[in-house]
Design a protein around this ligand. Structure first.
Ligand code: ADP
Ligand code: MN
Length: 318
């Protein structure tokens, strides 16, 4: 509760509409949300048995708030829950996925070949179809929405805005991914021995997401894969050692009895140097009987091919 006394603009936001706020300690974020996204987190995800498989792959949800006022000077604002159904838009309170990283490298990949609802007005549908066709979305099911990467020679985060991802062709996607996963020893990126297990781990997470989404009859229009990894060389190396330790200690059943807290599952992998989640459910609908979201899955497959390509490139670096 005390962490919500005041909030400031999320500095590490790489895509989407501005207005995402972070709590004072940075562990939570508040995002103004539309009715479908509120319903997704508040009811669908909790109550709809068909969607349970997605739960491990979305940020933790803590509730909703109505925020009063606007961010003032320096992007700081008071957080006051507004009791009555008043003017302010309702905001989701979510776990801030970047909080655990010292230097969060963050990539938002918008998935899907069509980026509008089937109930969008014809004008909007036509405009959005054209945008999809003029970008990588229609052909590949992905668009690099935006990303930030720390340059370890200067210690600053370099931001690549959405104009980049909107302007490139499908053949440029591998170089876009290479920009997000720079490898160097020891200059701007991570050393190969640290970057490779991170890439491998991210790829495995994306595969798990693919398996989960394949089994759900849903339309996730303009939903993103949010990929983050530790950009700090030392911290990332430490994180890779935690991955190794967790793999060695492979006695699943005993482990569950040991630590009995139900937080347990959430904690697994929390020291690992990367995280992959799905975000942005403003146009997400359960569609029983209509099968999985093929455009979305196409984007997931493209992402997997891109990760595999980058793994090969990094392996080949002398
Ligand atoms: P929009 O509907 O405006 O596109 P998104 O849900 O896609 O909103 O979020 C916009 C941006 O905010 C993302 O690109 C990401 O940078 C950041 N963001 C969203 N959710 C989280 C989260 N749970 N943790 C960290 N950053 C997040
Ligand atoms: Mn978004």
């Amino acid at each position: 509760q005390s962490t919500l006394a005041s909030a400031s603009v999320l500095t590490s936001q790489v895509g989407g509409h501005s207005g995402v706020m972070a709590s004072e300690d940075g562990s939570l974020l508040m995002k103004p949300a539309l009715p479908l996204e509120l319903a997704f987190y508040q009811t669908e995800l909790i109550q709809n048995p068909a969607l349970q498989g997605l739960r491990p792959f979305v940020p933790k949800f803590y509730g909703t708030l109505r925020l009063e006022g606007q961010a003032g000077e320096g992007g700081i604002m008071e957080v006051k829950p507004v009791p009555e159904e008043g003017m302010p838009k309702e905001s989701l309170v979510l776990e801030n996925l970047s909080h655990r990283f010292t230097k969060p490298n963050i990539l938002d990949i918008k998935l899907g070949t069509i980026l509008h609802d089937d109930d969008a007005p014809p004008e909007k549908a036509e405009r959005m179809t054209n945008t999809a066709k003029n970008t990588t979305s229609f052909e590949t099911g992905v668009r690099l929405t935006g990303f930030q990467v720390y340059d370890n020679t200067t210690g600053t985060a370099i931001n690549t805005p959405k104009s980049y991802g909107k302007s490139i062709k499908r053949t440029d996607l591998p170089s876009g991914i290479a920009r997000f996963f720079p490898c160097s020893h020891p200059a701007e990126g991570l050393p190969r021995s640290t970057l490779l297990p991170i890439l491998q781990g991210i790829k495995e997470n994306v595969e798990e997401i693919r398996d989960a989404v394949k089994g759900v009859e849903i339309r996730m229009v303009a939903t993103s894969l949010l990929i983050m990894y530790e950009g700090d060389v030392e911290k990332a190396g430490e994180g890779v050692r935690y991955m190794d330790m967790d793999e060695d200690e492979d006695v699943p059943e005993e482990k569950e009895e040991d630590d009995s807290d139900d937080d347990d599952e959430e904690e697994e992998g929390s020291k690992w140097p990367f995280v992959v989640k799905l975000i942005d459910f403003a146009h997400t609908k359960h569609v029983p009987g209509q099968g999985p979201d093929e455009g979305f899955l196409k984007g997931v497959d493209t992402t997997l091919r891109l990760l595999e390509g980058r793994i090969k490139e990094v392996e080949a670096i002398e």
